[in-house]
Structure formats: structure tokens, C-alpha cells
Design a protein around this ligand. Structure first.
Ligand SMILES: [Zn+2]
Length: 298
């Protein structure tokens, strides 16, 4: 099927994005009946395809298969972190954000900053747009040699060096980026608003922010999970650690964001902010991805 389909209508990604502007908007669009219908389809797909389902991959620009493993408890697979393409390896929420970026970006060769460097997403962007900048937070315990080796393998560039950036104090110039991408990083930054201000600063007027965070779709307010106090990290709720290739012990989440994140984006100066909905089996974008967008005003 690939040959014919890759030259046909599917050469244009069948993504349809809706920008949800708040909890009421979310509840109107994804009311319990709509959610149940989606989940019913997702259960069916999980059973039918047994580990990989076909769909259009924006990373490859053609039909591919997206891999997932079944939920051991019999629930839905963890779609958000899976559905990686069997060719380009890009997974669900990253493919989704890249599709939105490709739709929104008008330049031939945009200047893009991505807050990661040792990933397939960075390698994909770097191959497409060589001026792409990626970075990692390089701390005292960061295994720099191992990460550099893996990044060189991913990018095919034996000279590439790991770049350190602190998202609350970027070394990038003001108004230097057409787009900034960030995947599940902001929840790990104690002063997330300082990071948002920096991302705003480095974007050009009209520049696009696309990012993911674990998002509490039913919560008006974000949950502050931990903070930095006089004696170091203070946990306000049960600590939650997320897997991180750069940290063996995992990375502490300081925030579980809710809808007030949109107000916080506005407070920094962004506009056109919203949670992106674009659930689609055709593109292997299932579940709730927690993808958000905002734009620096022109
Ligand atoms: Zn792919």
C-alpha cells in the first residue's frame, strides 16, 4: 500500500488541530461521551493491531507503523509515551508537535531551538534544518561523555558537542528564534515562569512556542509538587520522578500543570495560547498528549 499511498492524498498530513482555550472549551469539545467514544476506538485499535498500528508519520512523510505495548492491567496502552514510528523512531506527542510546527512555520529554513539534544527529535530537526539549536541541562552529575557519544550517533555528526543551557538563563540572543520546542521539560524547572519568560525573550515577534507537559485536563489550577526552600528541595506532595536518559535516579517534577498555565503564558506576553487537540488514529496520535502552543505577538 505504501507506494501508491505515499504519492496520493496522504502526502499531505491529515492532521487537524483545534486550539482549546480553557477548561470550559475542553469540556464542551471533549465531554464524557466524546472521550468515551475515543477510548472505545483506542481499545479496539489496541486489540486489533497487537503491538503496532499503521498511520501517516509526519517524521517520514509516508505511511509507517507505530509501536506500543499493551497495558499489563488491561487498560489502554500508555499512548502518550509510545507509538514510536518503526522507521524514524519519533513518538506520539513529538510527531504531533512537529506536525503542528510544519503547519505553522512559513519559512523554508526556520531558526528552531529545542530544549533537548540527545534525542531523535533533535536529530530529525537538525537533518531538516541544519541551523537548529538543541541543548541539555548539563549538571555536575550529567554523564557528558555517554550523552555526547549517543548524540553523535543519532545525528551522524562525529564532531557534535553537547550544549548546556539553563532554561531560566538562556545564552541565546533576544528575538533570535522562529520557533521553540520543548518536550516535558518545564515541569522539572522550579521557576517555570522564569523559563517561559526566557522562551518568550528568544522568540522573534510572531515566533511560535510548541511544548508538552504532563497536563491535568480537569484542573483549573496547577499543582505545585515541590519547591526550592532555604534548606533545599521541599516536597509539598508525593515526589514524582520522570525517566531521564541524563539522570539515573530520574528527574523530579516540580509542577503538575492545569489550565492556569494558559494565563501564565499570557502573563509573560504570549498570545494565541491553547492546548492542542488533534486526536487521530490516521496519524497515530491517540490519548491525551498535553501539547500546548503560544505565539509571541508580531
Ligand atoms: Zn516516521
Amino acid at each position: 500500500m505504501g507506494q501508491e499511498d505515499s504519492k496520493g492524498a496522504l502526502t499531505r498530513p491529515p492532521h487537524r488541530f483545534k486550539r482549546l482555550e480553557g477548561l470550559a472549551d475542553f469540556r464542551a469539545r471533549l465531554h464524557p461521551g466524546a472521550m468515551a467514544a475515543r477510548q472505545s476506538v483506542e481499545h479496539g485499535l489496541a486489540l486489533l493491531h497487537d503491538g503496532s498500528l499503521p498511520g501517516y508519520c509526519v517524521g517520514c512523510g509516508t505511511l509507517r507503523r507505530f509501536r506500543y505495548s499493551a497495558d499489563p492491567q488491561g487498560g489502554l496502552p500508555n499512548w502518550r509515551e509510545q507509538l514510536d514510528c518503526d522507521h524514524c523512531q519519533l513518538f506520539n506527542r513529538v510527531r504531533f508537535c512537529l506536525a503542528f510546527l510544519l503547519q505553522e512555520i512559513r519559512h523554508e529554513a526556520p531558526q528552531v531551538y529545542i530544549t533537548e539534544q540527545v534525542t531523535f527529535a533533535y536529530a530529525w530537526l537538525k537533518a531538516r534544518w541544519p541551523e537548529t539549536i538543541g541543548s541539555e541541562y548539563v549538571g555536575e552529575s550529567t554523564p557528558v561523555e555517554r550523552l555526547t557519544g549517543y548524540m553523535r550517533h543519532l545525528t551522524g555528526d562525529p564532531q557534535a558537542e553537547l550544549r548546556h543551557e539553563d532554561l531560566t538563563a538562556l545564552t541565546l540572543a533576544d528575538a533570535s528564534q522562529d520557533a521553540v520546542l520543548s518536550f516535558d521539560v518545564l515541569e522539572h524547572i522550579p521557576d517555570a515562569d522564569a523559563a517561559l519568560r526566557e522562551l518568550f525573550r528568544v522568540l522573534r515577534p510572531g515566533g511560535l512556542l510548541v511544548f508538552t507537559v504532563p497536563f491535568l485536563v480537569d484542573a483549573e489550577r496547577s499543582l505545585l509538587r515541590a519547591r526550592i526552600g532555604a534548606r533545599g528541595i521541599e516536597h509539598l506532595v508525593e515526589p514524582e520522578y520522570h525517566g531521564d536518559p541524563a539522570m539515573d535516579e530520574g528527574c523530579l517534577a516540580f509542577h503538575s500543570f492545569g489550565w492556569d498555565l494558559l494565563e501564565r503564558l499570557r502573563a509573560v506576553g504570549f498570545e494565541d495560547e491553547g492546548l492542542l487537540d488533534g486526536w487521530s488514529a490516521a496519524t497515530g496520535n491517540l490519548g491525551l498528549m498535553g501539547a500546548l502552543t503560544a505565539r509571541r505577538p508580531r
